[in-house]
Design a protein around this ligand. Structure first.
Ligand SMILES: [Mg+2]
Ligand SMILES: [Zn+2]
Length: 171
């Protein structure tokens, strides 16, 4: 067996980072028709891919647990987001849970940021698909627009950059 190649992963929050939206409660992005990307995002994502990296979207979608949006709407909006980038995401992972949900099953999870579950699950899924790769934290960058993104990056031991600062690098 050959040694796995270390690959840099760009962990991207979606709402407020990649796509314009107000929050996870579906007040702007409800369905695929609402998805709009920030300018500069595609350029930055392409540059990351040119460097041999992979890109994973990690998104809190607690609106599902609260009944504000359906899982199908979120799924369709994710697909649309991926399409709008021209297919630059290697994976998009999201958390459907919310602490204010009625049922404990929907309220308690390990994937709602700042918990690191989305990164762990997506990382495992990627290595499953690309057996010769590994994704060490020291090569990764997480970009987000909220405190929970920054905290998630800290817990995962990954460098963090604020979304506005990251997008400014495109101009
Ligand atoms: Mg966000
Ligand atoms: Zn979750």
């Amino acid at each position: 067996m050959t040694r796995a190649t270390a690959i840099p992963v760009l962990w991207l929050d979606l709402d407020g980072t990649v796509r314009k939206s107000v929050d996870e409660l579906g007040r702007f992005v409800n369905g695929p028709e609402d998805v709009e990307l920030f300018p500069g995002v595609i350029k930055l994502m392409k540059a990351w891919k040119r460097g041999g990296g992979r890109i994973v979207g990690v998104s809190n979608q607690g609106g599902i647990a609260l009944g504000h949006v359906t899982p199908e709407q979120v799924q369709a909006a994710m697909l649309r987001t991926h399409e709008l980038t021209g297919g630059l995401f290697d994976k998009i992972a999201w958390c459907s849970h919310h602490p204010a949900a009625q049922h404990p099953e929907m309220a308690r999870c390990w994937c709602r940021k700042p918990a690191p579950g989305l990164l762990i699950e997506a990382g495992l899924a990627l290595t499953e698909r690309h057996r010769d790769e590994m994704y060490p934290p020291y090569m990764a960058l997480m970009v987000g627009d909220r405190d929970e993104d920054q905290e998630c990056a800290r817990i995962a031991n990954v460098d963090f950059q604020w979304a506005a600062e990251w997008r400014a690098e495109a101009s």
